[in-house]
Design a protein around this ligand. Sequence first.
Ligand code: MG
Length: 388
Amino acid sequence: MKIAALIVAAGKGIRAGGDIPKQYRKIGDDMVLTQTLQAFIAHVDVLQTVIGEGHEPFFAEAATGMDVLEPVQGGATRQESVKAGLDALATHEPDIVLIHDAARPFVTASIISGVISALKENDGALPVTPVIDTIKQVEGGYAAATPSRETLRAAQTPQGFHFNTIFEAHERALNSGRNDFTDDSSIAEWAGVRVALTEGDARNIKITTEQDLKEANQFMKNNTSALTDIRTGNGYDVHAFEEGDAVVLCGVSVPHGKKLKGHSDADVGMHALTDAIYGALCDGDIGKHFPPSDPQWKGAASNIFLKHAMDQIRARGGVLSHCDVTLVCEEPKIGPHVEAMRNSLAKIMGIEPGRISVKATTSERLGFTGRQEGIASLATATIKLPEE
Ligand code: MG
């Protein structure tokens, strides 16, 4: 199943004040949009953002080093902006799309996976929270009616849909002259699509006012300082050489007189790194999560494993603070490719290259690596988790 996320970041953000639109303001160390993109990157195959006119430089900074599509420009209303994003995504033919407000950076892994899993049996899915306040319907400035809270829910994002279903609903809405829908569920409802309810989270706030930004900033500071459970994991992997013309190491294809033997790309560096992360999490190894005996993982690309490991850190509210990969081989020479490897890992992991080290050593022509029978790799990962 091909999963796309569409991040709606076209707002001018004037309500939050300031010179910069709110999605590009910083909370903690990063822009709001950076954190929103990071929340999705491990869950989806393609990540499309819709931005406002002239916001390209802001976007470039927010998405530095991330594996995302070129942004497209939004329209006059939220509905038109979403439509522009759906048009851009259509060429990628996703099966489902998660449509999310850029101003909700605190979306959790469990909200995202809840929506994805509800789409297995439903055409649409929407995370909601209970309504705490009693809601009043108002007429002429006076309280007119009090709907039962039992029948009310507060709608959050991401709102997920089968791609073709929501694409067609948007087309029909525009063709009917409607451009006033404020979320995608309301378009789906209007088009007769059943939208299932999933569990939202009170923390998944939409940053709207200057006060929201201040509180979000404080939350980030408290949250980061609460990551006091610091752990280190190690990983080790070996792949033998066989006939071929290039080896794939840390996501980079390096020309060589042989290739590495194994399912798919046999990326020994990425495998060691992935196992180091699982080690820090005390969560087994690649073989536990992606059994080689299961045909669906036969030939799976190594970046799927690494993304999954990163996702497990985020699901536990943690961050990867640093990792270090050592490749052990006589040939090929790794040095000229180190920067490309760091950038490649950074894109897959959704973190900056400054937290990723890649280096190489020979084994002085001793042992199997010295005899050039294969390549070994060692990796260390340091992660920070909240105290249980
Ligand atoms: Mg391996």
